[in-house]
Design a protein around this ligand. Structure first.
Ligand code: COA
Length: 397
């Protein structure tokens, strides 16, 4: 019988933009105050991408950090999943841009859109692909540039969100642990409660959708709040039960960082004291699919997650959707890259850029050449036809 395979988290990384936007700054833009935002959400500040930063560029930085921790050559990645609702383009997938920049030449790549629950959806999917034996190394990224779809005149939503990216490297292991259980859920009857109505096939991007603000986030805050307080604790309990554990086994609860009041309600439901709950929304606000991996990275950096710990991740969001996963933390065996390996990897990233550029140039020259040949060919066809009255391919012979 084949040995059981586990999906261990062997790498983690994050990136947040430099630019900090405080509550006071927001109060100069809309009718709000630092006091209101602190009391009603727990948020003090958030990060905002600058004009040269996109979801892909932040995802790439988080991914590189995660690969460095995992000491994994991007060439060994089998799959890249970017969980986002703010990809660089409607298509192609942002994951393909990440794959190209990393030089991950053997990896498949796609985006996954499940709102703020996206990262845990991606994590669950990746863990099952590894457990099934299909793949050995999968990069899962949560990355968002929400600042580009925020209505900066709507005080109800603009105070909540921020930009950033977080990434995990999942790797096949024969050691029990990694992603132990998960649950995914959806209630599409609440689709209109948190939505960007324009820009899709129903209301394509045009002057009307633009003028009506339909390409910005719209939210019924109270209803989303009610849903979130109901679902978070329940989803967490479900993954704990499925893993055959109880709440005392959970060393750290890492919830989606949306609102401190939602998080405290979930913790109370679970009977968890707040010192076993990780919170960083005060500094970043709600970064949607990036919030859970960023929080996990910071918890590790702060020594709040140790080898063997059981951590519960829970998120909710647009859909309405929710997801939870229970992970037993595995630390990669001492695999830190020496300085020369890090330098080599840096050079390889540069080379990946050059290679990508070369591919584009070759493709452009190729199509130019074909066009030229096509024109010549047509002329040739005409000439040959004129001579022989023969078929279209006559010129080739
Ligand atoms: N500053 C000042 N006042 C504000 C405000 C702001 N930024 N936003 C809303 N208000 C006002 C409202 O207009 C309302 O005023 P009114 O009573 O005169 O009508 C009052 O504050 C209370 O509004 P309410 O919506 O009941 O506030 P709340 O306590 O529910 O907090 C949210 C609002 C949005 C913070 C809260 O509902 C929430 O966090 N919901 C979940 C949102 C979320 O997590 N979304 C992302 C999901 S992934």
């Amino acid at each position: 019988m084949a040995a059981r395979r586990y999906a261990a988290v062997v790498g983690w990384g994050k990136y947040v933009p430099q630019r900090v936007m405080t509550n006071d700054e927001l109060a100069t833009m809309v009718d709000t105050s630092d006091e209101w935002i602190r009391q009603r959400t727990g948020i003090l500040e958030r990060r905002i991408a600058d004009l040269k930063e996109f979801t892909s560029t932040m995802a790439i930085r988080a991914a590189r950090a995660a690969l460095r921790v995992a000491a994994l050559d991007p060439d060994r990645l089998d799959l890249i999943i970017v969980c986002t609702v703010t990809g660089d383009y409607p298509f192609p997938a942002t994951a393909s841009l990440v794959q190209d920049a990393l030089g991950a030449s053997h990896a498949g790549a796609f985006d996954l859109a499940a709102g703020c629950s996206g990262f845990i959806y991606g994590l669950s999917l990746a863990s099952q692909m590894i457990a099934a034996g299909a793949y050995d190394n999968i990069l899962v990224i949560g990355a968002e540039t929400l600042s580009r779809i925020i209505d900066w005149s709507d005080r109800q939503t603009c105070v909540l969100f921020g930009d950033g990216a977080g990434a995990f490297v999942l790797q096949a292991s024969d050691q029990p642990g990694g992603v132990i259980s998960f649950t995914l859920g959806s209630d599409g009857s609440g689709a209109d409660l948190l939505i960007m109505p324009g820009g899709g096939s129903r209301h394509p991007f045009n002057e009307t959708t633009l003028a009506n603000g339909m390409t910005k986030i719209r939210m019924n805050g109270r209803e989303v709040f009610r849903f979130a307080t109901r679902i978070m604790g329940r989803a967490a309990k479900e993954v704990i039960d499925r893993a055959g554990l109880d709440i005392d086994h959970v060393e750290l609860f890492v919830p989606h960082q949306a609102n401190l009041r939602i998080i405290s309600t979930a913790a109370k439901f679970l009977g968890l004291p707040m010192d076993r709950v990780y919170v960083n929304l005060d500094r970043y606000g709600n970064t949607s699919a990036a919030s859970v991996p960023i929080a996990v990275c910071e918890a590790v950096e702060e020594g709040r997650i140790k080898p063997g710990d059981h951590i519960v991740l829970v998120a909710f969001g647009a859909g309405l959707s929710w997801a939870a996963a229970l992970i037993q933390w595995a630390v990669p065996p001492e695999r830190r890259w020496p300085w020369w390996r890090r330098l080599l990897q840096w050079l390889r990233y540069r080379y990946a850029r050059v290679k990508s550029f070369r591919q584009r140039v070759v493709r452009k020259l190729g199509s130019l050449w074909n066009r030229l040949l096509g024109r010549n060919g047509n002329m040739g066809n005409g000439a040959v036809r004129g001579q022989s009255g023969g078929g279209d391919t006559g010129w080739q012979t």
